[in-house]
Design a binder for this molecule. Structure first.
Ligand code: 13P
Ligand code: SF4
Length: 304
């Protein structure tokens, strides 16, 4: 890693009393200078707790928005404001309002990969690491509206057998994980344990050994006796896994499984964001933030 830019980032971070949070899908150079690297859930916990005045959020827009909602007094900066999430953009507040009219008695579970306005209309927010546990805490007689990821929703439905209505959203990166990729990985690495993200389609998920969030993959790989893993999610997590488990082997189910928005992260953009020469401050209108915070705080409380 080039040391001069790293030194500049560390100096700017001290001067501004900033913390750098990075998702496990970020490029390795960004993960390496972050104060905390984690999945969507872990990052939202850190964002809620940090005593720093400035949060540089290396991830995509809905994550930075979540940090701003949970910590309204802080300055949250996203290094590249073009880093959106196509899945989050697949549902609007008007879409959810219409769906709620159709199913007025249902509880609304909203994947954190969603706009703030949609969180504001939801009962409980979830991430891929806690969606199952939270769905199980919704009273058994209550139906569930699950937005916007139909694949995460169907995974929850398969495990809980609950009455659920899914929005038709999906992650364009994870839907490219095909059964053929898993079959090839299995034949090329017969002794490997295959971990897949619940955003992947069911026909691929059923061929894996474990369905886990990226944080779940990190915990599983660290504690498992297995020494070789095939990973069915965005390739950025390979950096996290290899760094934390140097004695184990990790490969991606296919090198093409990349999220172009997560790939927008770079050291240069982090430095510019801290120097006030780039990036964008992320804010959420107060009335929306106040309502969205309710669904996020419920998630934090229900995740124990
Ligand atoms: P997790 O961080 O919950 O594993 O979700 C992955 C993801 O797609 C975030 O955009
Ligand atoms: Fe969105 Fe998928 Fe990229 Fe995650 S991996 S940010 S869900 S497009």
């Amino acid at each position: 890693m080039p040391t001069d830019i790293v030194e500049k980032i560390l100096r700017l971070k001290r001067d501004r009393n900033a913390v750098i949070l990075a998702h496990t899908y970020q490029p390795g150079e960004v993960q390496d200078i972050a104060d905390f690297v984690g999945d969507s859930y872990g990052l939202s916990v850190k964002a809620a707790e940090t005593p720093a005045e400035v949060i540089v959020f290396c991830g995509v827009m809905f994550m930075a928005e979540t940090a701003a909602i949970l910590n309204p007094a802080k300055e949250v900066i996203i290094p590249d404001p073009r880093a959106g999430c196509p899945m989050a953009d697949m549902i609007t507040a008007a879409d959810l309002a219409a769906l709620k009219q159709q199913y007025p008695e249902y509880a609304v579970l909203c994947y954190v990969n969603s706009p703030a306005e949609v969180k504001a209309l939801s009962d409980i927010c979830v991430t891929s690491s806690n969606a199952l546990a939270i769905a199980r805490q919704v009273p058994a007689e209550t139906g569930i509206l699950f937005v916007p990821d139909k694949h995460l929703g169907s995974w929850v439905q398969e495990q809980t057998e609950r009455v659920m209505v899914m929005w038709e959203g999906f992650c364009p990166t994870h839907v490219r994980i095909t059964p053929a990729m898993l079959a090839r990985a299995r034949s090329e690495h017969p002794h490997a344990t295959i971990l897949i993200h619940p955003e992947a389609p069911r026909e691929s998920r059923v061929l894996a050994d474990q369905v886990l969030s990226t944080g779940g993959m990190c915990a599983f790989a660290a504690h498992s006796d297995a020494t070789e893993f095939i990973i069915g999610t965005e390739i950025g997590v390979l950096h996290t896994l290899r760094k934390r488990n140097p004695q184990k082997r990790f490969s991606c189910v296919d090198e093409s499984i990349t999220c172009p928005n997560m790939r927008r992260g770079s050291l240069d953009k982090v430095e510019k964001a801290l120097a006030g020469e780039g990036g964008m401050r992320v804010t959420v209108p107060q009335d929306i933030a106040d309502r969205a915070r309710g669904s996020l705080e419920k998630m934090l409380a229900m995740s124990g």
